[in-house]
Design a protein around this ligand. Structure first.
Ligand code: BJW
Ligand code: ZN
Length: 274
């Protein structure tokens, strides 16, 4: 089956849909200056994922891992949502959703940890709780490795010893354990509140239900290589739903998508949706 790029045809599917789920990845935040992982310029092209994004890597070298996440936190703190985040957030506003999909419910499932979709939802509709799942956690949460306390933390820098290290990411420095971020409750070592390889993503039961119910999946800016998120579009297609991929280039499985909108998603999403 050849994928369609016909916006009018997509709009007519959108109009009839009842449960829309968007599954987003790093490409959604690319236009906000947040690096992706696997495509040109992506973090995993120059940094080894297994020595930065696993629990084993953290306990082996917490200084290296904190330096990496401090760099990511500082970038995300200064970033603002782009037109792609805003277009998805607009679908959570009842009147906006009703205009394009009168009988639909919309949910965003993001793999991104940068908080930009939350910011976009707050900008667009401050009075509503967003239908939003951050399945790989948040850069701005910390978890104590001793007592398990989980807290939001937007400090910049997160601890004095990391000051300025974001300027020299390739240049690893060794920070003593006692100078890394520590728990306010028990002084234990804090870790970033993100989901690493081998860990179980958040809210899988609720997301599973949303995916089971979805009759339209928007797959936005993800390489669709990391599970379980990579499986959701297949699940929607398997039970008869429609899949629309928004990506700047070809990605895993997009040959099976019903719609394929190639281009930067801060341009293609607003065009296709509104
Ligand atoms: C644009 C654009 C623009 C650019 N516009 N587009 C073998 C087989 C199957 C599974 C496994 C396996 N071996 C191991 C596993 C499991 C593993 C996995 O899937 N590994 C694969 C690599 C094979 N998964 C896990 O370990 C997960 N946990 C798990 O499975 O638990 C077990 C379990 C599950 C379910 C039930 C019970 C138990 C956890 C995965 C955690 C991933 N963590 C990371 C780091 C998070 C913290 C951090 O940010 O540092 O999450 S890795 C990284 O990849 C990050 C991302 O969320 C994730 C996905 O990447 P994403 O978003 O797709 O980014 P890219 O860079 O890959 O793609 C960007 C795309 O955007 C590209 O396509 C570009 O073209 C496009 N783009 N600019 C539109 N302007
Ligand atoms: Zn603690």
């Amino acid at each position: 089956m050849a994928s369609s790029k016909d916006i009018e045809q997509f709009r007519s599917v959108l109009r009839k849909s009842k449960n829309i789920v968007a599954i987003a990845g790093a490409g959604l935040s690319a236009a906000s200056g947040i690096p992706t992982f696997r495509d040109a310029g992506g973090l995993w092209r120059t940094h080894d994922a297994m020595s930065l994004a696993t629990p084993e890597a953290f306990f082996e070298n917490p200084s290296r891992v904190w330096q990496f996440y401090h760099y990511r936190r500082e970038k995300a703190l200064r970033a603002t949502p782009n037109a792609g985040h805003i277009a998805l957030a607009a679908l959570s506003v009842p009147e906006r959703l009703e205009a394009v999909a009168p009988t639909a419910r919309f949910t965003l499932v993001t793999q991104n940890v940068d908080g930009l979709s939350v910011k976009a939802f707050q900008n667009v509709c401050p009075s509503r709780e967003p239908e939003l799942f951050e399945m790989h956690g948040r850069l701005f949460d910390t978890i104590c490795t001793d007592c398990g306390d989980c807290k939001a933390n937007f400090d910049s820098p997160i601890c004095p010893a990391l000051t300025g290290t974001e300027e020299q990411l390739g240049n690893e420095i060794e920070i003593p354990l006692e100078d890394l971020p520590r728990c306010q409750e028990c002084t234990g070592l804090l870790r970033p509140g993100v989901v690493w390889f081998g860990e179980v993503p958040h809210q899988l039961e609720e997301i599973g239900q949303i995916v089971d119910d979805a009759d339209l999946a928007l797959v936005v800016g993800t390489s669709s290589t990391v599970y379980p998120a990579a499986g959701y579009a297949y699940e929607v297609a398997d039970h008869g739903g429609t899949v629309a991929v928004f990506n700047i280039q070809h990605s895993e499985g997009d040959e099976d998508a019903h719609f394929l909108f190639l281009g930067p998603c801060h341009e293609t999403l607003p065009l296709a949706l509104f």
